[in-house]
Design a binder for this molecule. Sequence first.
Ligand code: NDP
Length: 328
Amino acid sequence: MSFRALVARKTDGKITTQLETMEDADLGAGDVTIAIEWSTVNYKDGLAITGAAGVIRNFPLVPGIDLAGVVESSTDPRFAAGDRVVVNSWGLSQTHHGGYAERARVSGDWVIKLPEAISTRHAMAIGTAGYTAMLSVLALEHGGVGPDRGDVLVTGANGGVGSVAIALLSRLGYRVVASTGRLEERDYLTALGASEVIDRAELSAAGRPMGAERWAGAIDSVGSHTLANVLAQTKYRGVVTACGLAQGTDLPTTVLPFIMRNVTLAGIDSVNAPHEVRVEAYERLASDLDLAKLEQTITEVGLADASKVAEAILRGEVRGRTVVDVRR
Ligand code: NDP
């Protein structure tokens, strides 16, 4: 069967993408064949399509680190034709064809059945960014930071991880403070559930190793000085999660927040998260994410426009979550 795909090719060190027709024989190894309905654009898709971080290892390749759709056929007994499924990360868009196509074939170990409450479109509105936000909330909970402990800070608030984190935390009863460089988006952040919005400039410059205690917990997708300042301002026995590098990969901090305030820095990785962790995350997303709020974060594009959005996301120009309708 032939199908449409956005294909990335590398010529003279430069990556280009274009819509092409592929055949089932091109799909690569795997035991589950999926008719993709929706994909999405995450920060990592921006890194992949621009070549900024060497995400794509084999060319030509279909980018798109996430996909959601319906199983067409499966030799893995865990799945049957008609199952609604999602795949986040693993080898997608690195070594294996990803979500910017009408079809995919992947290992059954990568596939999660979607809970009834989550449509394939909403699964991609969540995407790796939203599922990472859920993993971050779970890490706060595992560290004992409940809503009664005080304010929780979300950095990179207008981004995908940030937007979904705000919606989740507010639904769970936390008082959420959103840090953003786009103060003009205050109404959007408040509608998602932020009680207070602060200028990210308060956190982004080099700061002191310890500061006044402000945050019971924090979900950071920014890294660098921002993460260092957040650690310095975290309350005794607080938990800070780190998943991202939007400001930088450096972390210019000291051991003081850890040894004087018993602060925990929890690393978050979505790419190789074990199957049972993903299943827990999706079950919690099904029960704790307000889908009306998720809807407010969504911008919809067709397959041909995924590359443009992927470039814009690296410039910090994308708000919330973009879903890609692979059938248009
Ligand atoms: P987005 O681009 O949607 O969000 C990032 C946000 O960070 C922007 O919207 C902006 O928010 C803020 N930001 C951008 N540039 C800067 C800067 N220079 N200084 C401070 N803040 C900045 O990306 P995602 O939400 O998809 O991903 C966020 C980060 O998390 C990325 O670094 C990504 O690689 C990482 N990530 C990691 C995962 C993992 O498994 N560890 C999984 C998913 C994401 P605002 O305009 O509100 O300031």
